[in-house]
Write a protein that binds this ligand. Structure first.
Ligand SMILES: [Zn+2]
Length: 944
């Protein structure tokens, strides 16, 4: 993941010291993170030419130097007197322990890999130090704030799992460019230039389905290997040219012929074609290119041959002859100019020669298999598992990091936001801020969740468990395991005999470990001293596996808690019956205690004097055809005047956006323009909150902060079944207070009566909707409804008061069930309906299999039950039956293209299947329908 400069690949703890130090903070926006405080920067990387387009502290002459040191020097030149300690180091080193972190006020992450981000998250939790996390990927970005126990930790939400590929696909039957890239990088490159004793699978034509290559997450590498055939190694005294040709013949000709001859492999697809190129001509071209490179100076060939071969454009795909020339030239260059490295090389995406080799080898293999070639640029991105960084995205993320850091330093932690930067504007905004979510009780790291490991206990060894599961998946550094009388530990403190004692168990299958071995029901306590973290794993034996889906023959659950598919505020119970639309269990507003939050929103709420004005109400009067006519009421700011009714036209299927767009346009027209005086007052108010002696923050920071605004929607009456799925929403300008819009006494009073004590400034809009999960419809909301004694006001007041008293989701559910399923028809349900309701009941008991069976029966009886299909999609997601879930969601969307839940479900399925572009499109669609939708925003971020 591309990261925020200047700490690409590093974390920057913000020192505690005296408070005055921590507060001496100066920020420049629009460039990199630049500050004026006592800082420590940690970064392992050196500066590459390819960094210069987006890491503004670095210049051409810095290439090859430590990022941390150059960044420190650059900042010191800009801000004289700033104190910075630069470490060129890996943030996972033992010296940067939780104790070390506890010496700082704040940690800012700009890391480029998930493992390190998880590590720092755990250190910050252990040290109880706030963490500002950030990530960008292309045009997408996010900045979040993590306060242990108060907000989500970095690991509370699911993270993408590194993609793995079945070994036989990589070795024999590739059908995508990525398969060829993985082969070129993890097999061929490792075989030719890596340690000769570390066998790869290249020479082994046998089947070993237990073997896979893990792609991404730190350079990949071969997870396991069986034989060490030396056929592709260079023979002693073999000239480089001969060796390069011999490898070419072996892998692109002889091996293709051999594979094409295995008939049973090609029943359903085309066999590969051996490479038939004029290698004499290619060899001559390579020789000329070598002369040309040598003429340009020593070391030229060592850093890439494509230019010398007349292929300077990294964005243009090579012809097979070009790939062959690059292949031969790069092998020869490694052997001739970097001979001392050969035998110890690991693929590095920033090594230009290695990238050229991988691109060329992958393209030649693609050519044999009829797979389209990739450009050097694309191949580098795939091989490095990177999404190319965009300077502007990084700059915006840097600015947001500083905004959040400022809030924390000013003691405004409650005002912290999680902000998503979208690729395309949602409601004309690229930034989507939301309140930092509460900790997820199902989080393994900061909550109390227990992991469930399904594995073939007779096959998975202790070593596999540690390498693949605990280090690979869970990002541990020094795991210690205790299960009954069995114990395994590692770490630098151990004596040699202890290390020997523990390591003798590494090759044993889990079922054969001392102390009786692991069996179904074994509970393993895992701790990591380095991260001061611990959790428990419940083991369950499973001996039949779908090799395509789970090539490693293990699966861990709980790390990606299924309940995160649920709605926010659902509480700790597995009560994601919240997703059963049929029950309309929308407790989004009820589960959360309502702060007396003003419409100003966010951290600037302290400026809100807390009032709004005026009314606008929306009424709906459907008209046939695509367009629907609305009457809209609007009133002036004085409560003595009546509301005013207007008319609004929307497009069928665009009910949600049309209203929000109209409201935004209204505020844009009518809200007072922010005056320089108001701006100055905001700045002054913020400054007044800083402790004495602290330096002032840059004004531009505050301008950026005030741009984080949206129309705020308040669900006065939730659309629960007891209310006939009818809800009433209020929409206000979230900058109303900042702009000193007039106080809206009537809106404030109404919100308070509804159990949502708000103080409203500026116009408020009311709308009434029917949303039963199957249909979304706007209903009339007229002047007569604007009465403190209206029944809906009383219902809302009771419901919201109940939520504030802390009634849990489960209790609400039980009471709702006792009350019956709401105002449905009094007649007895149809057989299909009855099955559907049984399905819903099973769903609420988290009996997914049963729910799927009942929904299926219901759909067989009546295929048009959209909600049953939509719920079945969710149950299938819980069962991790992604394709079926996706198909159900797809069918729902065919009938209801704007069904947000179906979009979310299709996105979840697509994400699990690695179809990120499709997932992204659906999530962005949801955000258009419901701006600021939390789950959609989180999922979108987790795609980065
Ligand atoms: Zn957590």
């Amino acid at each position: 993941m591309a990261m925020v400069a200047p700490s690409e690949g590093g974390a920057i703890p913000w020192p505690l010291g005296a408070t005055s130090y921590a507060m001496r903070t100066r920020v420049r926006m629009g460039a990199d993170l630049v500050w004026n405080a006592h800082l420590i920067g940690i970064d392992l990387d050196t500066i590459e030419t390819s960094n210069l387009n987006r890491q503004f502290l670095f210049r051409q002459q810095h290439v090859g130097q430590s990022k941390a040191s150059v960044a420190a020097a650059a900042v010191q030149a800009i801000v004289p007197g700033v104190s910075i300690t630069a470490h060129r180091a890996n943030v996972k080193e033992a010296r940067f322990s939780a104790d070390f972190v506890s010496g700082f006020d704040l940690v800012l992450n700009g890391l480029d890999n998930l493992e390190a981000r998880r590590h720092v998250n755990r250190l910050c939790l252990a040290a109880r130090v706030p963490l500002v996390e950030s990530g960008t990927a292309g045009y997408l970005g996010q900045v979040s704030v993590h306060l242990g126990g108060v907000t989500e930790c970095f690991e509370c939400q699911p993270k993408p799992v590194p993609k793995t590929y079945p070994v036989c696909t990589i070795r024999n039957t590739p059908d995508k460019p990525i398969h060829c890239i993985v082969w070129a990088k993890d097999l061929l490159f490792a075989r030719l230039f890596g340690p000769p004793e570390a066998a790869t699978d290249l020479d082994d034509a046998g089947e070993d389905p237990g073997m896979v290559w893990e792609f991404g997450g730190g350079g990949g590498g071969v997870e396991a290997a069986t034989t060490a055939g030396p056929a592709l190694l260079r023979r002693s005294g073999e000239p480089a040219e001969e060796y390069a040709l011999r490898v070419f013949q072996a892998v692109f000709v002889a091996d293709m012929e051999r594979l094409a001859g295995v008939e049973e492999m090609w029943k359903g697809r085309e066999p590969p074609t051996p490479c038939a190129l004029d290698l004499a001509a290619v060899g001559e071209r390579v020789r000329l290119a070598e002369e040309s490179a040598a003429g340009r100076g020593p070391g030229v060939a060592a850093s890439g041959m494509s230019s010398a071969l007349g292929l300077p454009d990294a964005q243009r795909a090579w012809a097979p002859e070009d790939s062959a020339a690059v292949f031969l030239a790069s092998v020869r260059a490694f052997l001739t100019h970097r001979a001392e490295e050969v035998g110890a090389l690991r693929f590095d995406k920033d090594d230009a020669l290695a990238t050229e080799f991988v691109a060329a080898a992958a393209n030649l293999r693609s050519h044999c298999y009829g797979i389209p070639p990739q450009t050097l640029f694309e191949a580098k991105g795939m091989a490095g598992n990177i999404i190319h960084a965009v300077a502007t995205t990084n700059a915006i993320a840097s600015g947001l990091i500083v905004v959040e850091a400022m809030k924390l330093l000013a003691g405004q932690s409650k005002a912290c936001h999680t902000t998503f930067l979208l690729a395309e504007a949602s409601n004309k905004k690229l930034l989507t801020p939301m309140q930092s979510p509460e900790p997820n009780p199902n989080c393994v790291i900061c909550g109390k969740a227990q992991l469930l490991l399904h594995a073939d206990l007779h096959a998975l060894t202790l070593g596999d468990l540690i390498t693949q599961v605990l280090r690979g998946r869970m990002a541990l550094v020094e795991p210690t395991l205790v299960a009954g009388s069995f114990m395994y530990e590692e770490g630098e403190d151990l004596e040699e005999d202890e290390v020997a004692f523990h390591s003798q168990n590494l090759t044993k299958p889990l079922s054969q470990l001392p102390g009786g071995g692991f069996a179904t029901g074994t509970l393993v306590e895992v701790t990591d001293q380095a991260q001061q973290t611990s959790f428990r794993i419940l083991v369950q034996h499973k001996d039949t596996w779908d090799e395509d889906a789970e090539p490693l023959r293990w699966e861990i659950r709980g790390e990606l808690p299924a309940s995160t598919f649920g709605k926010e505020g659902a509480g700790p119970q597995p009560d994601d019956g919240s997703e059963v639309e049929e029950e309309g269990f929308e407790i989004v507003e009820e589960g959360t205690a309502l702060p007396s939050k003003t419409a100003a929103g966010g951290w600037l709420e302290s400026y809100a004097s807390g009032q709004w004005t005026g009314w606008l109400t929306v009424t709906a009067e459907p008209r046939s055809g695509d367009e629907t006519l609305n009457r809209v009421w609007m009133d002036s700011e004085k409560r003595s005047q009546p509301p005013e009714e207007k008319t609004l036209v929307w497009k069928e299927g665009k009910e949600v956006e049309c209203l929000l767009d109209e409201i935004k346009a209204h505020f844009a027209r009518t809200s007072p323009v922010k005056t320089p005086a108001q701006q100055a007052a905001q700045v002054a108010q913020l400054r007044a909150k800083l402790p004495a002696g602290a330096a002032a923050p840059d004004d531009r920071l505050l301008v950026a902060a005030t741009s984080l605004n949206m129309v705020e929607s308040i669900a006065l009456l939730p659309n629960l079944p007891v209310h006939g799925f009818v809800g009433v929403n209020m929409y206000v300008d979230d900058e109303g207070s900042i702009r000193e819009a007039p106080f809206n006494a009537r809106a404030s009073e109404l919100a308070t009566l509804c159990g949502k004590p708000l103080q409203v400034r500026g116009d408020a809009f009311l709308s009434r909707v029917l949303d039963d999960g199957e249909a979304f419809r706007r209903l009339d909301f007229g002047a007569n409804d604007l009465s403190s004694s209206a029944p809906w006001v009383a219902a809302a007041g009771a419901k919201n008061a109940e939520a504030r008293r802390g009634e849990g989701a489960q209790a609400i559910l039980q009471r709702m069930q006792a009350e019956g399923a709401g105002p449905g028809p009094a007649s007895s349900p149809s057989p299909a309906d009855a099955l559907k309701q049984q399905g819903n009941a099973a769903f609420k008991r988290c009996e997914w299999e049963t729910a799927v069976r009942l929904y299926t029966q219901a759909l067989e009886a009546e295929s048009g039950l959209v909600a049953a299909r939509n719920n079945r999609a969710q149950a299938l997601l819980h069962l991790q039956r992604w394709r079926e879930a996706g198909a159900d969601a797809e069918a729902v969307l065919a009938a209801q293209p704007d069904n947000a839940k179906a979009l979310l479900r299709r996105a979840a399925a697509a994400q699990a299947l690695g179809e990120h572009a499709a997932a992204r499109a659906d999530l962005e669609h949801v955000l258009v329908l419901e701006p600021g939708h939390r789950e959609a925003a989180l999922r979108l971020a987790s795609l980065t």
